[in-house]
Write a protein that binds this ligand. Structure first.
Ligand code: ACO
Length: 328
């Protein structure tokens, strides 16, 4: 799918093998990048570690990313996203990074680099589907950020580092760990209505619902729901489903006409938990998937570039006079 997004068609077997070779060659991080990650406090948010690791990579491998963004850079950085996260994940637990293994696909390699054990198919398969589903999604906030940065003729690492910053926020990619927190706080099916009513009375937004573009169910949510049904713990799935059903009913009652439906983040939580990832690795794993879409957009932007510079209208007073500091 990365090949499709970057080049425009699904790869032949030979093209896939070539791609795989290039990805594998980039899965080991330069030692100085690992050293930067080593310096971060263990309670650093993994999204902050990813942003820092990328930035360090851009500085340390300056020459590799100095030219205008191209396909080789996109491949290199797609392999670096999981490596940065996995190495940080191990370092914060007092463990050393593991050496990537040849022959792994991206999902297998990410789990191997995180956990240091051979990933089971029941874990890497759903993760692979998740990575495909979230690889790209039009002109969302983080993709727009990456394109704006690329449009200034800045470098690919800067563009993707900006994308990570935009994805981190809970109104965009930061929701799934909050979905897990919500489900853990709700705890049992008989507490669902009580918890949701209190949250809505406080004016809270319910994570995993609503979308700027979709005014119907996000089609990705449907696929993730079915994956969660088979991959996750049955009790956890039942609680998720009851919470989803009651949330939709309550939002419909409280916000009539707003057309609020389940978005991609709600069942991402159940799927990623079933894969064995802790909640604080959910948004970073979203970033692993989206890194491909971001760089595809950057390549498209630079292929026919024009500076993206929106206009804004100043609405403040126009007649202010400068007053020297000793007269204020
Ligand atoms: N829970 C409760 N109320 C909501 C929610 C929600 N999840 N989403 C929207 N609303 C309400 C708003 O309060 C608003 O009500 P009002 O008109 O009475 O003031 C109305 O619905 C419209 O909301 P907007 O903010 O105009 O909708 P917008 O398109 O800006 O928001 C967003 C989209 C940010 C995703 C929103 O639905 C939200 O905050 N959802 C929760 C966070 C979330 O799940 N984020 C992940 C998004 S998916 C992604 O980025 C990959």
């Amino acid at each position: 799918v990365a090949h499709l997004l970057w080049i425009g068609h699904l790869p032949t077997a030979a093209e896939l093998a070539e791609f795989q070779k290039k990805l594998e060659a980039n899965r080991n991080l330069p030692k100085s990048v690992v050293d930067v990650l080593r310096l971060l406090p263990p309670d650093t948010l993994p999204m902050d570690a990813l942003r820092t690791g990328l930035s360090a990579l851009g500085a340390i491998e300056q020459t590799a990313f100095a030219e205008a963004p191209d396909l080789d850079q996109a491949i290199a950085i797609a392999a670096r996203f999981p490596a940065i996260l996995a190495d940080f994940f191990r370092l914060r637990a007092g463990k050393e990074p593991v050496t990537p293994k040849p022959g792994h696909n991206t999902a297998q390699s990410y789990l191997w680099q995180l956990l240091g054990t051979e990933p089971e198919e029941r874990h890497w398969k759903p993760l692979e589907t998740y990575l495909v589903l979230l690889a790209d999604h039009g002109m969302n906030a983080s993709t727009f950020t990456a394109r704006v940065i690329a449009s200034t003729q800045s470098d690919l690492v800067s563009a993707l580092t900006g994308g990570v910053g935009a994805l981190k926020g809970p109104l965009h990619g930061g929701a799934p760990s909050k979905v897990l927190d919500m489900l853990n706080e709700i705890g049992t099916a008989d507490n669902v209505d009580n918890w949701l009513t209190q949250a809505l009375d406080r004016g809270d937004r319910l994570m995993g619902f609503g979308h700027r573009v979709y005014k119907a169910e996000d089609p990705r949510a449907e696929i993730l729901r079915e994956m969660a049904r088979t991959a996750s713990d049955p009790d956890f799935f039942a609680l998720s489903k009851t919470t989803e059903d009651r949330t939709l009913a309550l939002l419909n009652e409280r916000k009539p006409g707003r057309r609020l439906y389940t978005n991609v983040e709600f069942y991402s939580a159940a799927v990623l938990a079933a894969v064995g990832l802790p909640g604080d690795m959910f948004t970073p794993t979203f970033a692993v998937a989206r890194s491909v879409g971001w760089s595809a957009h950057v390549l498209e932007q630079v292929s026919n570039n024009r500076l993206i510079r929106p206009q804004s209208q100043f609405v403040g007073p126009h007649d202010k006079k400068f007053v020297p500091i000793d007269q204020r």
